[in-house]
Design a protein around this ligand. Structure first.
Ligand code: GLU
Length: 450
């Protein structure tokens, strides 16, 4: 079974299970599970050698009860229809969890962008837009970046879209460069949003189980600092000394999450990219590691503490090893299905923050939640990206732009509000956060359906 199919099966199974518990009728359940439109197409791109190459692409529009379809476009060699459909389904849930006036959609192209020249990448992005231009729009379907796509790719896409339409429509794509109507704070938003949710969770945990981190047998005894003033957030949050975090993925999501978490006082002990990772037991410097990665082209070999990188500080680890490290918090921020039946019994973290979409397969999720691991589901943990996409869309529509501080503080309010509703549901119904998130989302979607 392809990994996309697995992901789709788990997303659909969770929707069905939740909807059945809510006593929704079978037709309603079908509407929640099935996508409204599946666009599958192939298109040709002129390669640098003058030859045409055919690529396969998708845009799947899952549910529009709450508003226009919303979701990113990914470029990945293993992308298949089932994966895009699973991700579109998760976007419907995510937008509802985040309280946004959006439904869910997702796009993808089966391509390894690392094998393309920049000119080829631009042509591919523009050809993709030619295929989707007639069924997206600011009040219909609003694409954005996802895995291996960024603001530059979005700038080509919106330019192509506007050329086809013959008018400006900035709000049709989000994740644009700031110079083209993008929002300040959008690049860091997914990482920042995940951190807000993690901090909100830790506050709740400390309030109910003050010795949570000590009690679960962390190898290095944890000392809890008194409530401290967080410079970054300008308010009192529990600042925890020696809470260790391993982050898988050092792209837009993992890097900014790690950078901001380090600033807040968490100890980042491991990071990785697709080529492997590093473990620095005493805590690494995220900024310095990024500088080193830029030089070397990979994170492996970058053992950086403070302003120095030296072999004596750490060791190279594989992506698999990173997931099994003895850390307090594990942050899978790369691809789906990385925590699965093969490694689930080796996971030692007490909290998993799902910054990637679908990093745990269903079986691993069941196993680890039963073991008492707190899993902050992707539909909440990584909703910061789409939330600032929404703020970008609002700014484009209003033609009125906010400062970065304004964007960040709106994001904080929205993430905390989303977390609070899910936490409440989880406590009152005695269900894990993931099930609570699906229940909150489905309630909101169903209320908007006629
Ligand atoms: N690709 C991101 C996600 O999976 C952002 C989507 C968006 O901004 O529309 O949430």
């Amino acid at each position: 079974m392809n990994t996309g199919q697995k992901m789709l099966d788990s997303a659909q199974a969770l929707i069905k299970k939740t909807a059945e518990k809510m006593n929704l009728d079978s037709e309603m359940i079908k509407r929640l599970v099935e996508p409204e439109y599946v666009h599958e197409f192939s298109f040709k791109v002129k390669m640098d050698n003058g030859k045409d190459k055919i690529f396969k692409g998708w845009r799947i529009q899952h549910n529009s009860a709450l508003g226009p379809y919303k979701g990113g476009i990914r470029f990945h060699p293993e992308t298949v229809r089932e994966e895009v459909q699973a991700l579109a389904t998760l976007m419907s849930i995510k937008c509802a969890v985040a309280g946004l006036p959006y439904g869910g959609g997702k796009g993808g192209v089966a391509v390894d962008p690392k094998t393309l020249s920049k000119a080829e990448l631009e042509r591919l992005s523009r050809e993709y837009v030619k295929k989707i231009a007639h069924f997206v729009g600011e009040d219909i379907d609003v694409p954005a970046p996802d895995v291996n796509t960024n603001s530059e790719i979005i700038s080509w896409m919106i330019d192509e879209y506007q050329k086809i339409k013959g008018y400006k429509s900035l709000a049709t794509f989000t994740g644009k460069p700031v110079s083209m109507g993008g929002s300040l704070g959008r690049t860091e938003a997914t990482g920042r949003g995940g951190l807000f949710v993690l901090q909100a969770l830790i506050k709740k945990i400390i309030a109910s189980t003050p010795n949570f981190f000590d009690a679960m047998g962390t190898p290095t005894p944890l000392k809890r600092k008194k409530i401290g003033v967080s410079a970054n957030l300008e308010e009192k949050v529990p600042s925890l000394e020696n809470i260790t975090i391993a982050v898988q993925g050092f792209g837009n999501v993992g890097y900014y999450f790690a950078k901001l978490a380090e600033k807040e006082g968490f100890k980042i002990v491991a990071v990785s990219d697709s080529k492997g990772g590093v473990y620095v037991k005493d805590g690494l410097s995220v900024e310095k590691t990024m500088e080193c990665k830029k030089e070397k082209g990979m994170v492996a070999g970058c053992y950086c503490k403070g302003s120095v990188c030296d072999i004596k500080y750490g060791r190279t680890i594989s992506n698999e090893e990173l997931l099994e490290l003895p850390v307090d918090i594990l942050v899978p921020a790369a691809l789906e299905n990385v925590i699965n039946e093969k490694n689930m019994n080796k996971i030692k973290a007490k909290i998993i923050l799902e910054m990637a979409n679908g990093p745990l397969i269903e079986e691993a999720y069941e196993y680890l939640s039963k073991k008492g691991v707190i899993i902050i589901p992707d539909v909440l943990a990584n909703a910061g990206g789409v939330t600032v996409s929404y703020l970008e869309w609002v700014q484009n529509k209003a033609g009125f732009y906010w400062s970065e501080e304004e964007v960040n503080s709106k994001l904080k309010v929205m993430m905390e509000r989303a977390f609070e509703a899910i936490w409440e549901k989880s406590v009152s119904r005695k269900i894990p956060l993931k099930e609570a998130a699906f229940e909150v989302a489905i309630e909101r979607i169903v209320k908007a359906m006629v």
